[in-house]
Design a protein around this ligand. Structure first.
Ligand code: ATP
Ligand code: MG
Length: 463
């Protein structure tokens, strides 16, 4: 191990266990081409962390000192994306490798691409780092050095680089020691880092849960102090992050940490209040139980669709809202529509659930009635619905012990087996994709029946 002039530590190839065999061949091809053309090429972030932990990385991120324009000239299969900060996407048959130019958080910017550097550039440039009044970064697109690039990352364990030039690992922030000790620690002052980007708080929780790591004391203290500010992050981004938390395979652990830190109450204020109150003397324990179910399914290699996840997590809450409306005389279907619309109205200003996901959630809940009617009317059209499996799964998990329900689900399973499509043909025609069966459009019987449709579901909560 060698100490460099900056505060970096270099771990030589023979001193670490990261093998190229575990890397994506496409990422390696990308790195070799950069190196062979005189550029630096590093793997960075989560993939280095995961390789060191012996876990399979989700994706491989490459950073380089080549500008996006230079990367584009090196790779025919390259597309540049991003308006403010350009990234190169190298397209391979089954994978896209993202290549970014080293970035910095410092404002003494070596900012222009070499092709602009023929002489002084007198054009007015917009500022490259923009923060709002509360210190949240709105934009940062300054090129930097490898070290600056590491320092702008969120946690020490996410700032390790693998250098293709000599296959060494470079550690600028003490990430390796934290990785060995199982610690999540922000790079720099945690209060400032969470202020710059509140989503980092959710990332801290996710990594702590997924890796079974501990959030370091100062980082945790700052996180708890800043938990309420999570709502300043963009709602579509929070939706993505919340899904990542609950579909990480360690959702139950994430939930526990979110509750303990105050993040959960900030993200789901109304639902959290409801959770804290009992219904008819019983605590609401289903949220945690459903997360454990999703975790075991994901850990066994299965998947849970976002609408099914939301139905499992919030179904009990929605049922209670719907029952309340029914007690006031609202018909069944309308009560479910209203409950989902109210839930979307209270959740979406903070966590932007896509409208189509909200509609699918509503369908899973409202189609439960249809499952209970056997022999069902037009079972073939019901089974052909793309969300049929989610509707059945929801029923199975939420009331699977009930003997009548088991009988109903058996009936539907038998129908579905009868209707199962023939095994897919093999050969070139099959590879080209079998023609999709055309679904007949059904005439709408009541033009008013879907009043609570795409627009209705987004209606704000009645005051
Ligand atoms: P995952 O296993 O979920 O992919 P990851 O750490 O690779 O985990 P990514 O979202 O793929 O997460 O991000 C890649 C890297 O980019 C991170 O490891 C980190 O270095 C950096 N990064 C991502 N999000 C942030 C952020 N909000 N602030 C600072 N750095 C970030
Ligand atoms: Mg990643």
């Amino acid at each position: 191990m060698k100490k460099e002039k900056s505060c970096s530590v270099i771990i030589a190839r023979q001193e670490h266990g990261v093998s190229r065999k575990l890397m994506s061949p496409n990422a390696l091809r990308t790195l070799y081409r950069l190196r062979d053309n005189g550029f630096l090429g590093y793997l960075v972030g989560g993939c280095v962390r995961d390789l060191l932990l012996g876990r399979e990385p989700k994706d491989f991120d490459v950073v380089t000192d080549a500008t996006p324009g230079e990367v584009k000239r090196l790779f025919r299969n390259c597309r540049l994306v991003g308006r403010r900060f350009r990234l190169a996407h190298i397209h391979f048959q089954d994978e896209i490798i993202e290549v970014a130019t080293f970035r910095s958080l410092a404002s003494n910017e070596p900012e222009s691409e070499p092709e602009d550097a023929n002489g002084p550039d007198h054009r007015q440039r917009p500022p490259r780092i923009v923060k709002d009044d509360a210190g949240m970064i709105l934009r940062d697109n300054v090129y930097g050095t490898p070290e600056e690039d590491a320092l702008r990352r969120d946690f020490t364990i996410n700032a390790l680089s693998y250098n293709i030039a000599d296959f060494s690992i470079i550690d600028y922030t003490g990430g390796l020691a934290d990785l060995n000790a199982g610690i999540i620690r922000t790079i720099g002052d945690p209060a400032v880092r969470f202020q710059e980007d509140p989503v980092r708080m959710l990332r801290a929780v996710r990594f702590a849960a997924q890796l079974a790591f501990t959030i370091e004391e100062k980082t945790l203290k700052a996180l708890v102090a800043a938990a309420d500010t999570i709502v300043r992050a963009a709602p579509p981004r929070l939706y993505e992050e919340v899904l990542k938390l609950f579909l990480s395979g360690e959702g139950a652990r994430c939930y526990e940490l979110l509750r303990r830190t105050g993040l959960f109450a900030a993200l789901f204020p109304d639902f959290s209040n409801w959770l804290d109150a009992e219904s008819e003397g019983f605590p609401h324990a289903r949220f945690g139980e459903m997360l454990s179910y999703a975790d075991s399914r994901i850990q066994q290699g299965g998947t849970v669709s976002p609408p099914l996840l939301l139905a499992l997590l919030f179904g009990e809450y929605l049922d209670e809202k719907a029952a309340h409306s029914r007690r006031q005389g609202m018909p069944w279907q309308q009560s479910v529509n209203a409950a989902v619309a109210e839930f979307m109205g209270e959740t979406c200003p903070i966590i932007m659930i896509a409208n189509r996901v909200g509609l699918a959630l509503r369908d899973i809940i409202s189609q439960q009635m249809r499952l209970k009617k056997i022999p069902g009317r037009r079972p073939e059209s019901f089974i052909a619905r793309p969300d049929f499996n989610d509707i059945v799964e929801y029923c199975r998990i939420t009331c699977g012990d009930n003997k009548d329900v088991v009988k109903q689900l058996d009936w539907w399973a038998a129908q579905a087996r009868q209707q199962a499509p023939l095994p897919p043909p093999s050969g070139p025609a099959a590879e080209a994709g079998a023609p999709q069966r055309k679904r007949k459009r059904r005439r709408r019987r009541h033009p008013q029946a879907n009043k609570q449709g795409v627009r209705g579901i987004m209606e704000p909560r009645p005051q």
